[in-house]
Design a protein around this ligand. Structure first.
Ligand code: NDP
Ligand code: MG
Length: 395
């Protein structure tokens, strides 16, 4: 059989290759060797897994954010392919993001570490597939401006946003009344508030529908994930805060609904697997057979929808308030949440303290409109310091 033509293959750099999104992305790339080629991979510290991926996919550009892991990987260069280039630290991730051999960069690093690499990719004219919602919440306006300035494509990977993107394609923005993001409801969807005080990290890490990394799984349990996603949607699609809403949908099959001014709604449906939005983003605008089976209508199944109970899930109320406030409020929400989740997972604060830490941090920092990226980064550092102070008083 002739080897697949490389002429039309998109060359992919994957930041966060060892995580949950990373693994799903590898499945998509492995299924489409004629359309996709992996040319660069990065993680925080798991160099052993990176070495395995590199050998499997023939990748010679490797990045490790953690300096000690970078040194370890260099000391074990025989684990990688001959001639491999291993880079370290944030500058290493930035170099990978602008790799001349790449067409598209998928950022799937937990938290905000991916911000500067994402901006570097856009500045180098690469398309950006974005899973890391935190970076849009922190600095969305600068990312959107960079994409526009450099004429780069920004493709949402987060399932709800990928769904909105698909429903909006070909529809003028003026005809959109609102978008509705669906939420599974997380691990405590049906728990009464009285039980929330006893929630442990192990409880919060049991997600009913999705297998994901620990931070986003806890965010799903508090509904901060949906809060971050509403902010992300506002920024990605240029909507007003009041046009972005959420609804509980326990089956996680409908990923969004877009309501037009005439009352018509379009929805996007697929089984709850990230391979669907990842493949859509990487192959866009082309389509190809998915790596998993589509919905099966030969058996009966139901789709339910219910309003969100903000009394039990104050992280959603706080997200809406930050969207209405604008300025740096969403960035404070994100930073305080990240620290509070870390402290909860480490057993230092209870579950119910997560929204308290976020609300207190929001109350302690005066809102303003940041003029540039350094102002956003300084604010992010300040918010983390303030949140750490609140966490210390709870712990
Ligand atoms: P995981 O915890 O499973 O994986 C995180 C990945 O990021 C790992 O490869 C990890 O490397 C790497 N990483 C973590 N910190 C750093 C750092 N400082 N520098 C470089 N690499 C780092 O997370 P997920 O895959 O679940 O999530 C990734 C992102 O995608 C998050 O922003 C999340 O919100 C978003 N997302 C995830 C979804 C999902 O279904 N999982 C759905 C929608 C969005 P190492 O293994 O070495 O630690
Ligand atoms: Mg999502």
């Amino acid at each position: 059989m002739p080897a697949p033509s490389t002429a039309t293959r998109k060359r992919v750099v994957l930041l966060g290759a060892t995580g949950s999104i990373g693994e799903s992305t590898l499945r998509v790339i492995a299924a489409h060797p004629d359309k996709l080629e992996l040319v660069g991979i990065a993680a925080r510290s798991n160099w052993q897994r990176l070495a395995t991926i590199a050998r499997q996919f023939g990748v010679t550009h490797i990045g490790l954010h953690d300096e000690a892991a970078f040194a370890d990987a260099r000391a074990h260069s025989e684990a990688f392919l001959p001639g491999s280039q291993i880079v370290g630290g944030l500058t290493g991730l930035i170099d990978l993001a602008r790799l001349p051999a790449a067409d598209i960069v998928l950022v799937a690093v937990v938290g905000t570490t991916g911000l500067e690499p994402a901006l570097a990719a856009l500045a180098a004219g690469k398309d950006l597939a974005l899973a890391s919602k935190e970076i849009l919440v922190l600095a969305g306006k600068f990312i959107m401006a960079a994409a526009k300035r450099h004429g780069a494509k920004l493709l949402p990977v987060d399932s709800e946003h990928n769904a909105v993107f698909q429903c909006l394609e070909g529809h003028p923005q003026a005809g959109v009344r609102r978008i509705v993001l669906t939420a599974s409801g997380g691990a405590f969807r049906d728990w009464p508030l009285e039980r929330f005080a006893s929630i442990t990290p192990a409880d919060a890490l049991k997600h009913p529908n999705w297998a994901m990394g620990p931070k986003i799984t806890v965010d799903s349990a508090t509904l901060a994930n949906k809060g971050l996603e509403l902010i992300e949607a506002q920024c990605l699609f240029g909507l007003e805060a009041t046009q972005c809403t959420a609804v509980i949908h326990p089956q996680s099959i409908v990923h969004c609904l877009v309501e037009f001014t005439d009352g018509t709604m379009l929805a996007q449906l697929s089984p709850p697997s990230m391979t669907f939005p990842i493949q859509h983003a990487l192959l866009h605008p082309r389509r190809a057979p998915g790596v998993e089976t589509a919905l099966d209508f030969s058996r009966a199944f139901g789709l339910e929808f219910a309003p969100v109970d903000e009394g039990r899930f104050p992280m959603l109320r706080l997200a809406r308030e930050t969207m209405l406030a604008g300025g740096i409020a969403p960035a404070i929400y994100n930073a305080a949440n990240e620290l509070a989740v870390e402290a909860f997972l480490a057993g230092r604060i209870p579950f119910l303290a997560i929204p308290r830490v976020v609300e207190q941090t929001l109350g302690n920092i005066k809102n303003f409109e940041p003029a540039d990226l350094p102002a956003v980064l300084a604010l992010d550092a300040e918010a983390r310091q303030v949140a750490a102070g609140h966490i210390a008083t709870v712990a």
